[in-house]
Design a protein around this ligand. Structure first.
Ligand code: BEZ
Length: 211
């Protein structure tokens, strides 16, 4: 199934390393990140799960729940978690879905048969408090993801959900932002009474709101 930005995240019940989870019940009104990896006991995946676990204070700060997935069974996940703790210096502190029957993989289009017809690709779905998909991205098995970039995207999504702004290329928290294209100058005068810096009529800059 193709999942697009703005779609409601498909719900499912699955066995995980922290027990059986009904996804949208578990998520409740938080933000969530569902990320898949190809296989247990593989090197890139080992580093990725360690990296996500180390970022727990950052996810918590942003009210984001994270959940991993691969098509291996839960016993395998538990054994592998010991290796992750030993090699990455951190325990895995989020649930990992054991999707041995590929039910969730099929639901979220995580098997790309022309890449590999049994292993899940490295996909990330960011889901908002309204259960809508806000971002999806997919990497190949050979390339580990940059989870600082995922954090940066969450910062942008949370900021732009609250204020009528958009974030420019390579933006990071605290940088200037752009007044959204749908905001007329008339409306912008109300929303940004301090004014803005216009490089072009459509390229209007303001300091990051709320900072
Ligand atoms: C890895 O995590 O290193 C990996 C997993 C599946 C295929 C290739 C690499």
């Amino acid at each position: 199934m193709t999942i697009r930005i703005g779609d409601t995240a498909p719900d499912f019940t699955a066995e995980t390393t922290q027990g059986t989870i009904d996804f949208l019940d578990w998520k409740k009104d938080s933000w969530a990140i569902l990320f898949s990896h190809p296989k247990d006991f593989t090197p890139v995946c080992t580093t990725e799960l360690g990296a996500v676990a180390k970022l727990k204070p950052e996810w918590d700060k942003r009210n984001v729940k994270v959940i991993g997935l691969s098509v291996d069974p839960v016993d395998s996940h538990h054994l592998w978690e010991k290796d992750i703790e030993e090699t990455q210096g951190t325990a895995v502190n989020f649930p990992v879905i054991a999707d041995a029957d590929r039910k969730v993989a099929d639901l979220y289009d995580l098997i790309h048969p022309n890449a590999n017809d049994t292993l899940t690709v490295r996909s990330v779905y960011v889901i908002g408090p309204d259960d809508k998909v806000k971002l999806s991205l997919t990497y190949p098995a050979s390339t580990g993801r940059n989870f600082d970039e995922i954090l940066r995207v969450v910062d942008s999504l949370q900021l732009t959900a609250k204020y009528s702004v958009a974030t420019p290329a390579n933006w990071t928290d605290g940088d200037e932002v752009i007044i959204g294209g749908a905001v007329t100058d008339e409306a912008a005068k109300e929303k940004f009474p301090e004014g803005w810096r216009a490089e072009k009529p459509y390229l209007r800059w303001v300091p990051q709101p709320g900072k």
